[in-house]
Design a protein around this ligand. Sequence first.
Ligand SMILES: [Zn+2]
Length: 564
Amino acid sequence: MFDNGDANTGNDRTLTFLNVSNLVTTDNLPNGFGPDPDGTADPDHFKIEIDDTGKGGGTIAAAEVTLEVLKPAADGSLAAFNPPRRLQAECRRVSGATGGTENKYRSRYLRLVTDSVDQAANADQCLLTDWDSTEPAIEILDQVVRVTYVASTGATLTAEADVGDRADQRRIKLALHVVRQNTGVAGSGPVTTAQATTRVHSWYRRLYAQAGAAPRLVAAADEVDPPRNLIVVSDNSGDNATGNADNWMRFFIRGVAGIQYRVVAGDTLSRIAQRHEVASWQTIYQHPRNAGFRANRPDPNRIYVGDDLFIPAAGGRVAVVYYPAAGDTPMTTAQALAQRVQTAGLDAQAFQNAARPGDPRGSADLLVRQADGSLVTLEDETSRDTTQDLRIALVTATDFLVSSHNAAGGFATHNIGTAEQRALVRNYRSANDHVECFVVDTVRYDDLSTYIRGRSVIPMMFRPAAERPVLPLLRSTYMAGNTMDGSNNNPFTFPHESGHCIMDVYHAGNNRQLMRSGTSGANAVNASKRIYDSNVAFAGMGGASPLNQVTRLRASGAAVLENW
Ligand SMILES: [Zn+2]
């Protein structure tokens, strides 16, 4: 049987499931057989106890006691891994409470670990439960540990315990998108979808098994094109329009036949043609779709405010030209631009962004797509308004820009995201009930201060409401390719960034923990890969710290978790 007896009394406590240990493998793992407070420092430790009245002697040899981790097979039976995942465990006779001996034999303190580096660090006391690259659907938390002993009677005795508490396991819902380097070119992303998926199956599983949780992709990982279809009004300022003289603003849309334009004060057909980069005003005036206009305005020198004209594409693109009025908010302008874009037969939506600290109000996004939802390309934005600018989000897999918390406003700024972050989530996030991950080539702070391995948008429920991120940015992550590729470099980065989103925490002080700042670049026993199931101090979280990360994961992460 599996036992996790008290260090002082040796009292039995039979275990029906075994938790993956949260501790550093080489810490608090005494190799003696007697009760030891150091051993019980790990609440997830276990021992094997054998009750054999006919055995005699003080020792049961390691060769006689076999622990093996088994995986569920399709028919419901348990199957061995290849090669087998086993541990031979010597057991020794237990001293009785009155000083004599009992007929019970116990092993040393034992642990379940999820990677081979931890297992190798103490192969006599650590049993490996891990994913299986030949059967990636096999969960660590669906595995079973069986102990086998041939008793002095000749009977083969077995006992089994689940890996993890089946009644209390959770799945963490994830979506994975690899951003292509080149639009429409399959396989041009920094990693393959298979590589990114394997990262989730391996490292994410290994780490979160400590917390009784496992990742589940809500859909197969996919490749997405870098969109160029989001334009921001007053990005990073939130300013209203000044309405200064000659304050027209403009951007171009590729691949549409034409757009409607409404005449404003000061317009002439020549000026309209010039602003839209149509070579000649006659091209507009004589266009068949302006036959009604011509009938009403037979003299091309006499046009009137409010007249509607069709502007045909020139050079494969049409211009959206607009004159904001003094005091127009970013959202007012974005909505007016959306109305104009819709006259080209496109889908256009305006979104109000949250204000950054210190800004008068938030910027506004305009997202433009074909009526069927496919991408269109925006280009060459200009604004002559003194205060209200336009900026097309330049999503690129290399030097992908994420908001920095180094700017004034600190952490409160980073959850507004950059235009590039918003372009990804507004195009590709299908629902908000999961962690959304975008894999790019390189990730850089938008103040250009530094390259980073990944970025996440934290719920920040421990901060004032005005500083929290809004959907669909909430719980999105942006990962550099070197954290999701086919190597085992930076194994903890995506689990770490994801941990910010699920646990709603900043950084833990202990270097062994997954949530430390700057995770280890390679796996090691002492690497940053532990999710402690005890109170841990976190920086910058005020009264919310210290906190238990496992409890926190289940409570703060509830919106992206589901039962097993
Ligand atoms: Zn972090």
